[in-house]
Design a protein around this ligand. Sequence first.
Ligand code: HEC
Ligand code: HEC
Length: 343
Amino acid sequence: MNRSVLIGVLVFGLVVYGSSCNKEDDGNDVEFRVPSNFPSPTYNFTSNPVTKAGFELGRKLFYDPLLSRDNTISCGSCHIQTSAFTHHGHGLSHGIDDLLGKRNSPPVMNMAWSETFFWDGGVHNLDLVTPNPIENPVEMDLNFSVALDKVRNNLDYKKMFKAAFGSEEVTSAKFLQAMSQFMNMLVSANSRYDKYVRGEGETLTSDEVEGLNLFKQKCSSCHSTDLFTDNEFHNNGLSLAFADSGRYNITLNPSDMGKFKTPSLRNIEKTKPYMHNGSIGSLESVLNHYASGVKQSATLDPLLQQNGQLGIPMTEDEKAKIILFLKTLTDTDFLTDRRFAEF
Ligand code: HEC
Ligand code: HEC
């Protein structure tokens, strides 16, 4: 075993060990832990480990409207904690000057396990996400280097950069790393379902367990693992003509037309409306979509057209039980964790 692998194993071991300790949340505890029912994270923590000072700097930046052209919009405007860091109730995101974006704001949670970012997977590294919303003309509309200058001219930030990275100098690398430290800490893994699968004394009702089993049969090939996403791109039959080409925008491969990243279903009860364009307003309608609303097109996923039949066959009773199961994925600890709130 070479040295870096050995260190990796040791660090991973420590992190996993940490996850089994029960957290006494005093609002002060800042340590990235891998929940025992999760796979290993994809983020490279060796080059950017989470520290308390780095996390706090990231949190201040995340909630700071200074990063927008007219000082009105922060990341937290569209990523709100009580709705798992989505923009609850907004079909399409709403940014500066009340301008409408073209996609639904996805939850920012469990980002350390994500292989790609955005609905079309256009970004591959969490550290590279942040300049996009800052520069986006309908989100924060500020040149990234101007944003950095605004941060440089702020005394509080000088102190916080020093505490986090050892010097007052504000560089884009440090800025982006601090933002990732905050986002990496947004781990949601304490729902009733989690406590049930980890054997932590939680029980599910028989309807919820039936829902879980139905979900495994009908949904988990795409919404897979305890992250509830395969990190892949699929066309789940929302439309015939694509107003948004999705993954095709990135790859220009015709077979990717209308495909979007499989979203996690954690906290799904709190994140409506649903889909990349916010076009479905309730879980009942989502289930109706899969049962009887799937539209045929050249790139429709094969799983949604089996035995010559469109969609996923489900009775009303089965749909209702799947919804009961989905609601066990609500993680109240995450939605109310004071460490993640604006200070
Ligand atoms: C005006 C609303 C808005 C603002 C402000 C905003 N976002 Fe977003 N965010 C979105 C939307 C919409 C998407 C999806 C974009 C896409 O897929 O093209 C998104 C996607 C993301 C993602 C990817 C999530 C995933 O699962 O792929 C992350 C991470 C993120 N934003 C972080 C931030 C950070 C950090 C900031 C502040 C610098 C920020 N956002 C500001 C609306 C916003
Ligand atoms: C073929 C893969 C696939 C299967 C099977 C599948 N999904 Fe999805 N699901 C997706 C993709 C991809 C999206 C995002 C589509 C979009 O926005 O264009 C999605 C979106 C969703 C959403 C909206 C999430 C959000 O944050 O907006 C819910 C809820 C959902 N699926 C539930 C289910 C349920 C329940 C089942 C089983 C009955 C299921 N899915 C089966 C791939 C799949």
